[in-house]
Structure formats: structure tokens, C-alpha cells
Design a protein around this ligand. Structure first.
Ligand code: NAP
Ligand code: F7E
Length: 331
């Protein structure tokens, strides 16, 4: 039975990845921060076979102890401050967790090591935010980085460290440069889920409008369930490498609104949306569009869920849960 350790297991991707690995027969361990993390209960209800291990990406000794205890075959480093807007306000904390956290996890693996026959394999959750002010479109593995936020800068550091440990210590360390991926489990702070959840509340008469920032940026949005499959495939390769994971389609926030409101039965979204400068960013990433040819050719990976299906799933899930809150007298 293979053993996997996942950091960021309470997040969107951690939840999908833990279920995927369990279904493949892994014993899955999740690093969980805090002394009484409220998300642990939901996690265990969703996947009772999980083992949770205490630890924090700011604390190297806790990471060494976790790797020693778990003796993993594979480590998936998904833990991060992942909200770009927050990273402008808490840049140092973002550098500490999203950036230096990667180095600490790599060090823990290097120090504990695996057996020569069975070395620990490492996955780093790199991001299309590293491309930032894009130098070419579509973006691929060879596209130079130009991050536009403290989050993007921290991810470049983590990415480069992963490459450096691969080259310096012969570690089986791979980076997935993942473009935006969303789902019913996406945090409410991200624009897609903010829209589908607010739209469900508008439909049910609980809320009147949505306040948003820049509607003109464009993102290559895929489905999180498809993207965790790519993470696993990277660690099954004989050689470690870096891969862009994307759909190859891009849409603006306006287009997302158009599709979501149409699915909910509205002809026009504009009367329901206000501009609120609090959601504008000091520097914006205007356009992301990924070229995942390498992942298709080498990993055999392709996305299954398309844009319209993604929006439909998210809206329908939010409508269902907001309706059940309403029925239970909770708003
Ligand atoms: P998410 O939902 O925001 O989850 C982040 C996870 O990091 C949570 O489990 C959180 O734990 C954990 N975490 C935060 N601070 C920590 C610390 N100090 N020590 C240990 N764990 C900590 O993010 P996601 O969407 O699942 O993304 C997973 C990873 O992929 C992240 O690294 C993200 O930056 C990266 N990524 C995401 C996307 C995307 O579109 N989703 C695209 C490219 C890359 P708590 O719940 O305890 O706070
Ligand atoms: O913003 C615009 C905003 O916060 C998308 C993270 O998973 O993907 C994610 O980062 C766009 C931006 O995601 C609002 O200005 C307008 O242009 O949903 P987001 P993100 O910044 O692209 C990358 C790949 C990651 O790695 C990150 O971890 O939408 N936007 N109005 C808004 N965004 C938000 N959040 N809220 C608004 O009201």
C-alpha cells in the first residue's frame, strides 16, 4: 500500500486529491495546522480513512516530524496562502507560507529521506500566477515568469526551489504549473464561487446584487477534480519534470457572469452587478491561457469538464445548499 502525505488537505484541491488517492488504494495522511482546526471534522466525514498529522509550513521541526512519522512514498505540497488579493495585504505571511514553506518541506524530505530503493517523490503546487504580466500567449513551460503579486512572487520562489532540489539532490521533485481550477468546493473568496453563490442567493431572493472588481481579466478555468489527476500522474513518471495544466480556453469575468446568469434563467446580468473598488488589485494579471500539450503527450492528461459544465455544476450546488439553508431557517 503506497503512503501519501498531503499539505493543504483541508483546501479545495486537498479534498479532491485525498479522495482520488484513497480510491487508488493509498494510505493518505494529511498535514493539518492549528490546535483545533475546524475543517478537520468535515474532512473526516468526507473521507473517514484519512489520517491527520499536526504540522505547519512555518515550522520545520513539525514537517520533519510529520515526514518521519508518515514515511511517505509521495508528498503533495498544496498548503499555501492561495488568495492573491490577501497576498497584497499580508505579503510577508504569504512569503513565509507560500514561498518559504516549500523550502521547508523540501528540507524535511531531504533530511528524513526515503530508502535508496524507494526515495520520497515530491509534488509542488506551482501556479499560472507566475506568468503574471504574460510574455507570450498561450503560456507554456518555457514561458518566462513575471509575477504580479506577492503570491506570484512566492510561487516563483517555491517553483525555483523545487527545480533546484531536483538538480542538486537528485530528488524526484515535480511542479505542476496549474491554471485556475474551480469546483463546488472552491472558497467563497474566489471570483467564480463568489458569483455562483451570490447568484443562487439572488435567485432565492436572499440577496439583491453582487459587488465585484475588475470584470475584464481573462482566466483559463478548469475543474479541480480533473487537475488533481494530473498531480498524481506527474509523480508516477520515471523522471521528475514541470508541466503546465490548463484547458486551452480563456474567458473574461464578464463571460463567466453571462453564462452563469443565463444558466439561472436571467437574460441580463448587468442590473445585478456593482463595481466595488475594494476588489480591484494594485497590479492585475490580465490574461491567462495555458498550453498543456506537454501534459497531454507525456502524461496522457486531458481535462474532462468544460467551461459551461463547470459553471452549471457550481451554480446548481450553490442553489441546492442555499435552498437547504433557507429551509432550515439559516441565511
Ligand atoms: P486553498 O483551498 O486555499 O487551500 C489552501 C490550504 O493551505 C488549506 O488547506 C490551508 O489550511 C493550508 N494552509 C494555509 N496555511 C498553512 C500553513 N501555515 N501550514 C499548513 N497548511 C496551511 O487552495 P487550493 O485552491 O486547494 O490550492 C491548492 C494549492 O494549489 C495551493 O498551493 C495554491 O496556491 C495552488 N494553486 C491553486 C490553483 C487554483 O486555481 N485552485 C491554481 C494554481 C495553484 P487551513 O484550512 O487550515 O487554513
Ligand atoms: O480572481 C477578478 C480578479 O481571486 C480572478 C488562485 O487559486 O488562481 C487563483 O487566483 C480574477 C482576477 O483568482 C473580483 O481581479 C473581479 O483578475 O478568483 P480569483 P486568481 O487571482 O486568478 C491562481 C491560478 C492561483 O494560483 C491562486 O491561488 O477575478 N475579480 N472581481 C475578482 N476576484 C475576486 N476574488 N473577487 C472579486 O470580487
Amino acid at each position: 500500500m503506497k503512503r501519501a502525505l498531503i499539505t493543504g488537505i483541508t483546501g479545495q484541491d486537498g479534498r479532491y486529491l485525498s479522495q482520488l488517492l484513497t480510491s487508488k488504494g493509498y494510505q493518505v495522511f494529511g498535514l493539518i495546522a492549528g490546535q483545533a482546526n475546524p475543517k478537520a471534522k468535515l474532512l473526516m466525514e468526507e473521507n473517514p480513512s484519512l489520517d491527520l498529522v499536526g504540522g505547519d509550513l512555518r515550522d520545520l521541526p513539525s514537517l520533519i516530524a510529520a515526514v518521519e512519522q508518515v514515511q511517505p512514498d509521495e508528498v503533495y505540497n498544496l498548503g499555501a496562502i492561495s488568495f492573491v488579493q490577501l497576498s497584497f495585504k499580508q505579503a510577508e505571511l504569504t512569503a513565509e507560507i507560500t514561498g518559504l514553506g516549500v523550502l521547508r518541506m523540501l528540507e524535511a524530505i531531504r533530511i528524513v529521506g526515503g530508502t535508496d530503493k524507494n526515495p520520497i517523490r515530491f509534488y509542488q503546487a506551482s501556479s499560472s500566477e507566475m506568468f503574471g504580466k504574460v510574455r507570450e500567449t498561450p503560456q507554456k513551460e518555457s514561458t518566462p515568469f513575471h509575477p504580479r503579486s506577492p503570491y506570484g512572487v512566492a510561487k516563483v520562489f517555491g517553483h525555483d526551489m523545487t527545480v533546484n532540489y531536483r538538480e542538486s539532490y537528485d530528488l524526484h521533485a515535480s511542479s505542476g504549473i496549474l491554471f485556475n481550477h474551480e469546483s463546488e468546493r472552491r472558497g467563497l473568496e474566489f471570483v467564480t464561487r463568489k458569483i455562483t453563490n451570490s447568484l443562487a442567493r439572488i435567485k432565492l431572493g436572499i440577496q439583491d446584487t453582487i459587488s465585484l472588481g475588475n470584470l475584464d481579466s481573462a482566466r483559463d478555468w478548469g475543474y479541480a477534480g480533473d487537475y488533481v489527476e494530473a498531480m498524481w500522474l506527474m509523480l508516477q513518471q520515471d523522471e521528475p519534470d514541470d508541466y503546465v495544466i490548463a484547458t486551452g480556453e480563456t474567458h473574461t469575468i464578464r463571460e463567466f457572469l453571462e453564462v452563469a446568469f443565463r444558466i439561472a434563467g436571467y437574460d441580463d446580468w448587468e442590473p445585478f452587478v456593482n463595481h466595488d473598488t475594494r476588489f480591484d488589485r494594485p497590479a492585475e494579471v490580465d490574461l491567462l491561457l495555458g498550453d498543456a500539450t506537454k501534459a497531454r503527450e507525456k502524461l496522457g492528461w486531458t481535462p474532462k469538464v468544460g467551461f459551461e459544465e463547470l459553471v452549471t455544476r457550481m451554480y446548481e450546488s450553490d442553489l441546492k445548499s442555499e435552498q437547504s439553508n433557507l429551509d432550515a431557517g439559516r441565511r
